[in-house]
Design a protein around this ligand. Structure first.
Ligand code: PXP
Length: 256
């Protein structure tokens, strides 16, 4: 299981004062020292937190890989192709949202068209592509037809579920979607809203190979420091049941 740490919210704190600290580039180095397999940032069109300067310096500084989240608009696709990160994740973007609110609506012809153009460009440039989608089979069918390299399953509904019944339902949805996407030949990632408290059942899903986690880790870092916060998350993810069980011994995590 690869653990990518999203450091957007380090930039959010910086932008609260429009100053130069805390620097997301320093944060990325500490995240790597804590055991992150890669760094994720969302370069929004409105440059609300992460800036082109951050992306440029991250590319020159980090020793792992950069996963650049962008919208599929042509301007951002051209920008990402110029940056040439290890991977690009296409996400929906709207101006009013506090955070990414749902997966790409691949049922919409216009969305499919712009995603298809973006994927073609990234394939030509040799950049790995991922589509952030809700854990629905229809969305996975679209992603497979579009020949994305990977899908990132939106775990927000799972994270926000309040009752244990609702949580179990959402987890079942993630189980099905991850198996279905894996069966369709897509690499399967997951992220959004994952925390130290809720990550284990998702990290235990055998078809998921990468997690993207940001807010919870940056929040904990205020108290523990970022390197320690990443190390703690790393330990939890690595100790999740299917990661320590021998093949064939995996137990469905529902009922946690
Ligand atoms: N994956 C995607 C596509 C996201 O947009 C975000 C939030 O920026 C995350 C993962 C990380 O979510 P969180 O900050 O809630 O861990």
């Amino acid at each position: 299981m690869r653990l990518y740490i999203n450091i957007d919210h380090v930039a959010t704190v910086r932008q609260a004062r429009m100053t130069i600290e805390p620097d997301p580039v320093r944060a990325a180095v500490l995240a790597e020292l804590g055991g992150a397999d890669g760094i994720t940032v969302h370069h929004r069109i409105d440059i609300r937190h992460v800036s082109p300067r951050d992306v440029e310096l991250l590319m020159r500084t980090i020793r792992t890989g950069l996963n650049l989240e962008i919208s599929s608009r042509e301007r951002m696709v051209n920008y990402a192709a110029g940056v040439a990160p290890m991977a690009v994740t296409l996400v929906p973007e709207s101006r009013q949202e506090v955070t990414t609110e749902g997966g790409l609506d691949l049922g919409e012809t216009e969305v499919r068209r712009s995603v298809a153009n973006a994927l073609k460009r990234f394939a030509d440039e040799g950049i790995r592509s991922s589509l952030f989608i809700d854990p629905d089979l229809e969305a996975i069918d679209h992603a497979a037809a579009l020949q994305a390299d990977a899908v990132e399953l939106h775990t927000g509904e799972y994270a926000n579920a309040l009752s244990s019944y609702e949580k179990a339902d959402e987890l079942t949805r993630l189980v099905r979607a991850s198996e279905y996407a894996h069966g369709a030949g897509l690499a399967v990632h997951a992220g959004h809203g994952l925390t130290y408290e809720n990550v284990v059942p998702v990290a235990a899903l055998p078809c998921i190979e990468e997690l993207n986690i940001g807010h919870s880790v940056v929040s904990r870092a205020i108290f523990t420091g970022l390197e320690r916060a990443v190390r703690d998350m790393r330990a939890i993810v690595d100790a999740s049941p299917s990661r320590v069980a021998r093949p064939g011994e995996w137990v469905h995590p529902i009922g946690f």
